[in-house]
Structures are given as C-alpha cells and as structure tokens.
Design a protein around this ligand. Structure first.
Ligand code: 5AD
Ligand code: SF4
Length: 452
C-alpha cells in the first residue's frame, strides 16, 4: 500500500484507448479537482489514475508496465521518490477486478467505468490504508453524481450519450466491460451540451459504443433517435460543429442519414466499422449485417451527403479467415474509398466466443494481411486528402503545432490541417484554402474568420 498514508493533494489521469475513455478521464479529473486536488504531471502526482483499455491484449498489458514504472519513480536527479497512490480505472479494472492487485500489489484502487463517481470515497479509503475495489454496474447512472462540466482548454469536447453494447460480436469484450446498452436521457445530454458550450466548446462529438442506437424522449415526451438529438444541439447558439461516433451499420436509420443532408452543423464524417468484407467471417463474428447491406448503407449516406468522409474499423486474421476471405476485405476497401480507417490484428480475449474457436491464424499471416490492408487504406487516405487541395473550407483550430506560429485544427472531414498565421488563435473557426496534402495532414492558408 501507499507509503505516505497522507491525503493526496495532486493527481494525474492517464487515459488509454477509445474516446469514451477520454471522456471518462476528463470527468474523473473534474471530480478530483472538485475535491480540491490539483492536476499535475504523472512524474510528481500524489495520485495517478490509469484509465485503461481492454479491447486487445497489447492495450490491456500496457497498464502493468505503467504500474511498474510508477512504483519506481525518480526525481530529476535520479533519486527514488515515493510512489503515488495508484488507481486502475476503465475496462481492465472492470474485466480483471481483484486480479489486478494480486498481480500488482502496488495498486491501491480498482474502479470500473460505471463506478468512478465514487472515486473520492475510494481515495479516502486508500489514504487510510484500505485497498478500495468497486466494479459495480449500478442501476442508477453515475452521471447524476458527477459535478458540472468545467471550462474547456480546447474547443472540441466529447459528450457520452450512450454506453454499453448488446451486439455481442464474438471477438469483443465491450458487452462484458461496459455492460448493456443504455441511452442517457435527452435533457441530461442537452444540458451538458449547453454547459460545454458555455465553457468554451465549439465542437461536440457525441459518443457511444453504438451511438446511432441512441434513443430517448424529448421534453414533449416524443420518441427521438440520434438525429433528433443532433437537431436539438443544432439549435444551441455558439456551437459550430457536431460529430458522433461510433456507429453500427444496422442502426444507420433514414432520419440520421437525412440529418447529414439537412443539418449544417453536422460534419460530413462517418465512422462506420465493418470489420471484414467476407460474409462468412461477418457471420462468425456475429456482426448481424453482411457486406452487401454495408455497401447499401454507404451508398445511401453518400446519396444524402456526397462529400462524406468515410471511416471504418477492420480486424484481420479472425479465426478461420482464408486468403480468399481476406481478399474480399481488400475488395470492399477499394470500393468504399475510406478517408481514413483503423485496422487491427485479431487478438483473442478471454471469455469471448472467438477466443476458443478453431483455426486461430498464425501471427505471420496476420502481419502480412495487416500490412497489405494498411497500405490500401493509406493510399485511399492520401487520395482523399489530395482531392481536397484547392477547396475552400473551415478549420477549427485546436492546438499549437511544432513550428513557430503554427496552429493545428480539424477540417469538416476530420483531417488535421496546419496553418501558420499570426492573426489566428486556438478556438478560432477560420476559413481556409487547402494548399497541400500529405498522407496524414494538410496545410492551408487563411482567408477569413467566421463570427463566434
Ligand atoms: N481483436 C482485434 N480488434 C478488436 N476490436 C475489437 N475487439 C477486437 C479484438 N478482440 C476492434 C474492432 C472494433 C475496434 C474498436 O477494435 O475493429 O471496431
Ligand atoms: Fe464490440 Fe461489436 Fe459491440 Fe462494437 S458492436 S462494441 S465491436 S460487440
């Protein structure tokens, strides 16, 4: 347990994995700041929260190397300093629970993604020398127990509107770590969006494992889907851009597709994972859609919003995947023309049905398939970026770049755009002409500014 036994005065939250973890990490930071703790770097913090990801083995193992490093912390002169109080949060905490302190006795707190509103009490327990563990998935949501949103440092904000997943893809731990699909209530989301905008946010990304399955009742008691929520956010003055992620192909309903044609603040970007181009593999993955229905969804979205930037997720080397089945994935990629996409080697996760399937694929085969897939995706991404050269568009400036005077922001299509202009500042939504495109980023010149 912790050496000092004192109440921590400073903290650091390190988030791994998906954007929902980034959101949870921010909420934990706001919670701890509300208790009077100040946020500092991981090297000096009295309390370090590792907000973990369990999606693939590599991600899950990172936490143990981080714990080891924290336990052997040194100051600038190389002297050993007291280790911090260590809290493991997120999906590894949920999946491994009490196993974590058995493997890493330096861990003082284990808190799951649905229980982190109780973090202050757990810190008090740990300070009193008691190890604290909470991986409950309580019926009442944590959201009501969290403090109001703090002022923003960046103009882009995440807002979790839906959590959990009922889809049970056979490779995936999410239904076990994040629990059943739950939509947050309409008014809680609209209030939080307003608070984010009051705090300086100009872009909000609505988050959920199956965000497009969000449903609820508006203030008049009418059933609404995600498109209704987007239209409500569209009415918030001062908010300039709306995004949402991640969507499931089966939940891509007509209203949401129409919103892409009609709602100006809704950005032309869609992250729509497909995982494989082979119907046999999609079936074994329990994806509940096939390659043809995925193609049909993209065609409908493109008809509504022809310039949409499409993104996706792929898994190569799912158990039993043949060369021919992998070729079907490449064929789908070449047709879909992704603006960007993520691809992963299949990683068996204990407790999921695929982990015990026959015909697990050899690592060398997976490596080769991943390389080929990534080469195809990168080429499409470069082509997409090239096609935006010369376009006049908007960029929301989010952070400083490496060069003097350089600022980096996002285009409507979620590309990173660099500008160098002494009149521009972080948080500005500027009008630019795209000047050059590389595989991963663009550069642009400013020619205007939109009213705040
Ligand atoms: N192995 C590899 N990739 C996975 N993903 C989910 N589970 C696994 C796994 N066991 C990928 C999927 C998903 C993304 C978030 O992570 O592509 O869409
Ligand atoms: Fe995992 Fe499938 Fe649910 Fe996505 S839809 S979170 S891949 S189970």
């Amino acid at each position: 347990m912790i050496d000092t036994r004192q109440n921590p005065r400073t903290f650091h939250v390190k988030s791994f994995g998906c954007q929902m973890n980034v959101y949870d990490g921010e909420r934990m930071a706001e919670l701890l700041a509300g208790q009077g703790l100040s946020e500092v770097g991981a090297d000096t913090a009295d309390l370090v929260v590792l907000n973990t990801c369990h999606i693939r083995e590599k991600a899950a193992e990172k936490v143990y190397s981080d714990i080891g490093r924290l336990a052997k912390r040194e100051d600038a002169e190389g002297n050993r300093i007291a280790r911090p109080m260590i809290a493991v949060a997120g999906c590894v905490a949920q999946a491994e629970g009490g196993e974590i302190p058995r493997r890493a006795p330096q861990v003082d707190i284990v808190v799951g993604p649905q229980a982190y509103h109780r973090l202050p009490a757990m810190v008090a327990d740990a300070a009193a020398g008691k190890r604290a563990l909470d991986t409950d998935m309580p019926a009442a949501s944590k959201f009501g127990a969290l403090p109001d949103r703090a002022r923003r440092r960046s103009p882009g904000a995440f807002l979790t509107v839906q959590e959990g997943c009922d889809k049970f893809c056979t490779y995936c731990v999410v239904p076990y770590t994040r629990g059943a699909e739950i939509s947050r209530p309409w008014s809680a989301i609209v209030d939080e969006a307003r608070a984010l905008v009051d705090g300086g946010a100009r872009e909000i990304t609505l988050l959920g494992q199956n965000v497009n399955a969000w449903e609820g009742e508006d203030e008049k008691g009418q059933r609404q889907g995600l498109d209704g929520l987007i239209r409500a956010l569209d009415r918030i003055e001062g908010l300039a851009r709306i995004r949402y992620t991640t969507s499931h192909p089966n939940d891509m309903r007509e209203g949401l597709i129409r919103a892409h044609a009609e709602v100006e603040k809704l950005m032309p970007f869609l992250h729509l994972p497909v995982q494989s181009g082979s119907d046999r593999i999609l079936k074994a993955m329990n994806r509940s859609h096939d390659a043809a229905s995925y193609r049909a969804v993209i065609a409908r979205v493109r008809a509504a919003r022809p310039d949409i930037a499409l993104s996706g997720d792929f898994i190569v080397g799912f158990p039993g995947e043949t060369d021919a089945e992998f070729e079907e994935t490449l064929a789908l990629v070449s047709e879909a023309r992704y603006a960007q996409a993520y691809s992963f080697k299949y990683s068996p996760r204990a407790g999921t049905p695929a982990a015990t399937m026959a015909d697990q694929i050899a690592p060398a085969v997976m490596d080769e398939r991943l390389q080929r897939l990534q080469a195809a995706i990168n080429a499409d991404q470069h082509a997409f970026n090239q096609a935006t050269v010369g376009r006049h568009t908007s960029v929301l400036l989010e952070r400083k770049g490496k060069l003097p005077g350089q600022l980096i922001g996002k285009s409507p299509w979620l590309q990173s755009v660099h500008v160098v202009d002494p009149t521009a500042a972080i948080g500005d939504l500027v009008e630019v002409e795209i000047a050059r495109a590389g595989p991963n980023s663009l550069s642009a010149v400013l020619f205007g500014r939109q009213a705040a």
